[in-house]
Write a protein that binds this ligand. Structure first.
Ligand SMILES: Cc1cc2nc3c(=O)[nH]c(=O)nc-3n(C[C@H](O)[C@H](O)[C@H](O)COP(=O)(O)OP(=O)(O)OC[C@H]3O[C@@H](n4cnc5c(N)ncnc54)[C@H](O)[C@@H]3O)c2cc1C
Length: 390
C-alpha cells in the first residue's frame, strides 16, 4: 500500500486516551494523525441521541468521577459539567433495594427502622474477620458477612465475569462502597459529573482545539501503519492484537446491549414503579444479581443526564464471552490473566518508538479520569524526549 504522507505521531484509537495525548502533543506543535476503526470518535465513552431523541451511552453507562482536581481542570477547558449524584438500586427477591449497602438497605433487610449504631454492631457480629482479603468474596464477607454478600454480590459477579468472586481480585467488588449511614451514592469520588452537552460534544471540542490533529475514522491499525510514515506510534487498542496474539488471546469479557424506548404515554403506566413522570425505573441503574435473570443491569441514563424529554430509553446489559468479533470491553482482573498479559508487556519494553496507553493497551480496569491522567503523562514524556515544535 502507498503511504499517504508522513506525520510526527500516529495515534491508534480515538477514545479518551488517543484524543487527550493528541491534544497535548498538538499543543506542543507536533503533527498528529489519529485513526479509529469505528465510525465515531470517543471510544467506549461515545454518546449519541437515539431514534426516540434520548441521549444514550451505547457502550454502557459512563459515570465520570474523579478525585483529581488536575484532571477535572484539564477536561473543563473542553466542557461544562452537569453535576450528578449517581444513585442506583438493586432488584432481587422481588423488590428494589437501596444500593450500595447503607443504613437504608439494612432497614429494608430487617423490615423495620434501625440506627447507625445498631447496624454497626450487627456488622461487627456478622462480618467474617479476614485481615487481608485476597479476592472479591473475602473482600465483601469481611465487611458485611455472607448473607448480604450472597444477596447483592455473588450472583451479579458470577454473571458479569463468568467467574466466582473467589477467582477475582479483591478490588473488583471492593470498588463498591459500603456505608453505615444513609449516604446511598453509588460512588465516593469528590467530583461526580457528566459533560453538560455529552461526551461526544466534549471530544469534538478537544479535536477542534487541536488544529495539528487529523482524524481518520473507519481506519484500522494495520492500514494506518502502512499509510502514514511516522516518528512515533501511540497505541490504545488491545495489546494482544498489536502482537497478533502471538502468545494467544488475553481473556476479556464482552457485553450485549439491548435498548428499548418508551413514549410519554407508555411511561405514564410505569409511574407507580419509577416514582416520577417520564421515567421507566426508580433509578439511573438497577442491578439484577439473581441468577434467574439473564442480564446484570438495566440503565436509564436520562436520570443522570438530566435531559428534558418526555420519552425515555432503557438499556439491558447482557455479559458474554469475548470472541474476536466482539468488543473486548473488560480485561479480566485476576492473577492468571495478569500473568498472561505480562508476556506481552515484556515485548513492549523492547519498543523505543511505540507507546502503549489506555485500558486495553495496558490491560487494566482503568476509569476515564485515570486514562486521561495516563495520556497527559505520556504526552509529557514524549515532549521531553522529542522536544516541542512551537
Ligand atoms: C461498559 C463499560 C462501562 C464503563 N463505565 C465507566 C464509568 O462509569 N466511569 C469510568 O470512569 N469509566 C468507565 N468505563 C471505562 C472507560 O470506558 C475507559 O476508562 C475509557 O473509555 C478508556 O479509554 P481508552 O481511550 O483507553 O479506550 P477506549 O475507549 O476503548 O478507546 C480505544 C479506541 O481504540 C480503537 N481501536 C482499538 N483497536 C484498534 C485498531 N486495531 N485499529 C483502530 N482502532 C482501534 C477502538 O475502536 C476504540 O475507539 C467503562 C467501560 C465499559 C466497557
Amino acid at each position: 500500500m502507498q503511504t499517504d504522507s508522513s506525520t510526527d505521531f500516529l495515534i491508534i484509537g480515538a477514545g479518551f486516551s488517543g484524543l487527550v495525548v493528541a491534544q497535548r502533543l498538538a499543543a506542543a506543535g507536533w503533527k498528529c494523525v489519529i485513526v479509529d476503526r469505528r465510525d465515531h470518535l470517543g471510544g467506549n465513552a461515545y454518546d449519541r441521541v437515539d431514534a426516540a431523541g434520548v441521549l444514550i451511552h451505547p457502550y454502557g453507562p459512563h459515570y465520570f468521577r474523579s478525585n483529581s482536581q488536575r484532571i477535572v481542570d484539564y477536561l473543563s477547558a473542553f466542557t461544562e459539567w452537569h453535576h450528578v449524584s449517581y444513585t442506583i438500586k438493586s432488584h432481587t427477591r422481588g423488590r428494589y433495594w437501596s444500593f450500595p449497602i447503607n443504613l437504608n438497605t439494612f432497614e429494608e433487610y430487617l423490615g423495620r427502622e434501625a440506627s447507625t449504631a445498631e447496624f454497626s454492631t450487627w456488622l461487627e457480629k456478622t462480618r467474617i474477620p479476614i485481615s487481608e482479603p485476597k479476592n472479591s468474596e473475602e473482600m465483601i464477607i469481611s465487611q458485611v458477612g455472607r448473607d448480604l454478600y450472597e444477596l447483592f454480590f455473588e450472583g451479579y459477579t458470577l454473571k458479569q465475569w463468568k467467574r466466582h468472586p473467589r477467582e477475582l481480585d479483591a478490588s473488583v467488588c471492593g470498588r463498591i462502597p459500603i456505608r453505615i449511614n444513609r449516604d446511598d451514592r453509588y460512588l465516593s469520588e469528590t467530583f461526580q459529573a457528566l459533560p453538560k452537552h455529552g461526551y461526544s460534544a466534549m471530544f469534538e471540542n478537544i479535536l477542534n482545539a487541536s488544529p495539528g490533529v487529523e482524524l481518520h475514522l473507519g481506519v484500522d491499525f494495520k492500514e494506518a501503519r502502512a499509510r502514514w510514515s511516522h516518528r512515533h506510534l501511540i497505541f490504545s487498542g488491545a495489546i494482544d492484537e498489536f502482537y497478533d496474539r502471538c502468545f494467544g488471546a488475553l481473556p476479556y469479557r464482552s457485553l450485549r446491549f439491548e435498548p428499548e424506548s418508551f413514549s410519554a404515554a407508555q411511561l405514564h403506566t410505569r409511574q407507580a414503579i419509577s416514582g416520577k413522570p417520564g421515567f421507566w425505573q426508580p433509578a439511573m441503574q438497577v442491578n439484577y444479581p439473581s441468577p434467574d435473570v439473564p442480564f446484570t443491569r438495566i440503565v436509564e441514563i436520562k436520570h443522570a443526564t438530566g435531559q428534558q424529554i418526555d420519552s425515555s430509553t432503557i438499556v439491558r446489559e447482557y455479559p458474554k464471552d469475548w470472541t474476536p468479533d466482539d468488543e473486548p470491553f473488560y480485561p479480566v482482573p485476576n492473577a492468571e490473566s495478569r500473568e498472561a498479559y505480562q508476556r506481552y508487556e515484556k515485548l513492549t519494553q523492547q519498543e523505543s518508538r511505540v507507546s502503549f496507553i489506555g485500558r486495553l493497551a495496558t490491560y487494566r480496569y482503568y476509569n476515564m479520569d485515570q486514562v486521561t491522567g495516563m495520556a497527559i503523562a505520556e504526552a509529557d514524556k514524549l515532549i521531553s524526549k522529542y522536544g516541542t515544535q512551537s
